[in-house]
Design a binder for this molecule. Structure first.
Ligand code: HEC
Ligand code: HEC
Length: 587
């Protein structure tokens, strides 16, 4: 069994994974399955035509789906316990993603689309990548037979029909956000406030409104983070398409606290609120294999001649990312600010106690370096719905560097999880706790100050991580937790005396990696989210020539064109005068 199928989210990290344990689990499970299935599931097979289809669907199910969804479709396969959200229990016939009214069964087409596209942000893969279309139809037919509490064929007393969602008033083709008037987005924001979506989704849509929700199966559930629309269950691998949001608000998500607003919000207004929700999601290119944004593998640190502002609120730290409208810059100067770089994170699942279920799957990193201070600043930010208030499990985030950068050749790098015996890593780790915070209290609009402590560690491999003996040089100069987002600003001088401190050169590619621990979910030590190695570079000052060259180049070009025209005319004239032959004429 390819572990990829179990959790595509972790694909990047799974290459090195030792999956013997999983294999054993699966084999023992298969043995049980083969004995138990025929009698339990197939007590009543429908007649004639469907029989072949069902046989085929059953085969697909027991090859592909049973690991998560269980032998009888109870959502209790061998992988189920490690997954959040858990695999669907089919028995009650409760389905989240539908075009039908709240509480209804889905249309067959809904299930087919779900199986083909998967449920983003959960472990449910996009089966269109692995199965033929007829296998998908067959397995859906089979899944319907696993539903016991409701009857798909019994439409006598309940009419199941597709709702009217209207049509996208701004055009049905992507990129969808172009051409949506700001007035409609603003109107959408008002509808959002009026309908109190923030009670669950938080004031800025990061899903940080309510930490105590449960789904109908009794498991904890959190509201969707609108600023990470690629994780919308019903995104159908087309996360920027507002139709999916309109569908969600119109139908609700059965089995979850997500209500339907069909009667409260008229369909035209549902499109406006969808435009607002959609406007919060940064427009990144999505990788169709992982269904996540493509990471920015080069993190560019922008040159600053004087001092860098140590305040996160300072305009010099504001992102020029115009797509992220909540942070939308108002000032031209901001367009020259450093870019926010997207870093993909995955659960650490190769060593020790594994983390199949990290709460954060990405970070954003913005960086500047100061010539005057001879120092670097890395602003690390990420979304986290709720923080820990347990001092034994603080929240943490770390930046990892090769400790002996100057001794590495070419593309050589230490092992990405805490280094190896030959190539140690230098880890800057910030541990923090919010002040006066309670996850269940209404969030403070101004955010929470953090109590931060820094650890500087040296790693010679997974089991060989220790505090450095040299005096600490890394500072956290500012930090904040606000509306479901953590921001931590690291600072360090480029050069230090410490034996295991990375010595940071300018104008050179330096490997860098990130780690993050969610305290509220008891993540600690090896139970963490990690990135692979990225590269960072301290860019040189823009040469002055960049400023005066463009006008000069333009002038040169204009002169050159003039010269070409003059030459052409002159040659023609010479031809007319019989001084050159026809084949010497410019074409
Ligand atoms: C790696 C685990 C995994 C495998 C394998 C898997 N699923 Fe799922 N599936 C899930 C999870 C998790 C959910 C629930 C996600 C959620 O509720 O947000 C789910 C939900 C579903 C749903 C419910 C959709 C809805 O609207 O509520 C259907 C239908 C489904 N899976 C079909 C299948 C079929 C068919 C297969 C095999 C071809 C399959 N799954 C294989 C994990 C898996
Ligand atoms: C009572 C809490 C609650 C309220 C109020 C609420 N939501 Fe949700 N919403 C949820 C939960 C919980 C989920 C996640 C369900 C899941 O992951 O299965 C969700 C998911 C979503 C999603 C993602 C759908 C997907 O495909 O995964 C969107 C979009 C959304 N809500 C929009 C809204 C809008 C717009 C409003 C206000 C009009 C709203 N919600 C009000 C709880 C709520």
């Amino acid at each position: 069994m390819n572990f990829r199928l179990l959790k595509p989210k972790h694909m990047e990290m799974t290459m090195t994974m030792n999956n013997n344990y999983i294999k054993r689990l699966i084999f023992s499970f298969l043995a049980v399955a083969l004995i138990a299935v025929p009698s339990t599931v197939f007590a009543a097979v429908p007649d004639g035509v469907k029989k072949d289809l069902l046989e085929k669907g059953k085969k697909v199910y027991f090859k592909r789906c049973v690991w998560c969804h269980g032998i009888e479709g109870g959502g209790d396969g061998p992988s189920a316990d490690r997954l959040f959200t858990r695999p669907r229990n089919f028995i009650q016939g409760t389905f989240k993603i539908r075009t039908t009214d709240s509480g209804e069964l889905p249309m067959e087409a809904d299930l087919i689309t779900t199986v083909r596209n998967g449920l983003q942000g959960s472990a449910m893969p996009a089966w269109g990548e692995f199965l033929a279309e007829d296998e998908i139809l067959a397995v859906v037919e089979f899944v319907k037979t696993l539903v016991q509490d409701r009857d798909f064929d019994d439409t006598e007393d309940e009419e199941v029909f597709v709702q009217d969602f209207g049509t996208n008033p701004w055009g049905t083709k992507g990129p969808y956000h172009l051409g949506v008037p700001q007035a409609d987005i603003d109107a959408g924001k008002e509808i959002f406030t009026k309908n109190k979506c923030f009670e669950c989704h938080g004031g800025e849509g990061r899903g940080d409104g309510n930490p105590t929700m449960k789904d109908d199966w009794g498991f904890p559930i959190v509201a969707a983070d609108w600023q990470q629309c690629w994780n919308f269950r019903g995104a159908r691998r087309d996360p920027f398409n507002p139709f999916h949001i309109v569908r969600t608000i119109s139908t609700g998500m059965n089995g979850t606290p997500m209500p339907n607003f069909k009667d409260q919000i008229i369909v035209e207004d549902r499109w406006k609120i969808a435009a607002f929700v959609n406007s919060l999601c940064p427009r990144k290119k999505i990788d169709l294999l992982t269904n996540k944004p493509i990471p920015d593998f080069l993190i560019q640190s922008v040159y600053t001649e004087g001092k860098v502002s140590p305040k996160i609120d300072d305009p010099s730290w504001q992102s020029p990312d115009t797509d992220d409208r909540i942070d939308a810059p108002t000032d031209d100067a901001i367009l020259e600010n450093p870019k926010r770089h997207y870093i993909a994170m995955a659960g650490q699942i190769t060593r020790g106690k594994r983390n199949f279920d990290p709460k954060t799957d990405n970070l954003w990193v913005t960086t500047r370096w100061s010539e005057e201070e001879q120092a670097v600043y890395y602003l690390v930010e990420y979304h986290l719905r709720f923080l820990s208030d347990d001092p034994e499990y603080p929240d943490s985030v770390a930046i990892q560097w090769p400790a002996k950068l100057q001794e590495l050749y070419g593309a050589e790098k230490p092992y990405f999880i805490l280094g190896d015996a030959k190539k140690p890593v230098d880890l800057w780790k910030a541990n923090f706790m919010p002040k006066d915070y309670s996850a269940t209290a209404a969030p403070k609009p101004e955010g929470y100050q953090l109590d931060v402590s820094v650890e500087e560690l040296v790693g010679y491999g997974f089991d060989a991580l220790s505090a450095k003996e040299s005096e600490g040089k890394v500072e956290i100069v500012d930090s904040i937790y606000k509306q479901g987002r953590v921001k931590i600003l690291f600072k360090r001088s480029l050069a230090t005396e410490g034996e295991f401190d990375v010595q940071i050169p300018t104008e050179q590619f330096i490997p860098v990696a990130f780690m993050q621990w969610a305290g509220r979910d008891k993540e600690k030590d090896e139970v963490m989210a990690i990135s692979t190695w990225y590269y960072t570079i301290l860019k040189p000052a823009l040469p002055d020539s960049l400023y005066y060259m463009p006008p000069i180049m333009a002038a040169v070009f204009v002169c050159f064109q003039g010269w070409v025209i003059w030459m052409t005319k002159r040659t023609r004239k010479m031809y007319d005068e019989g001084k050159v032959r026809r084949d010497e004429l410019p074409k």
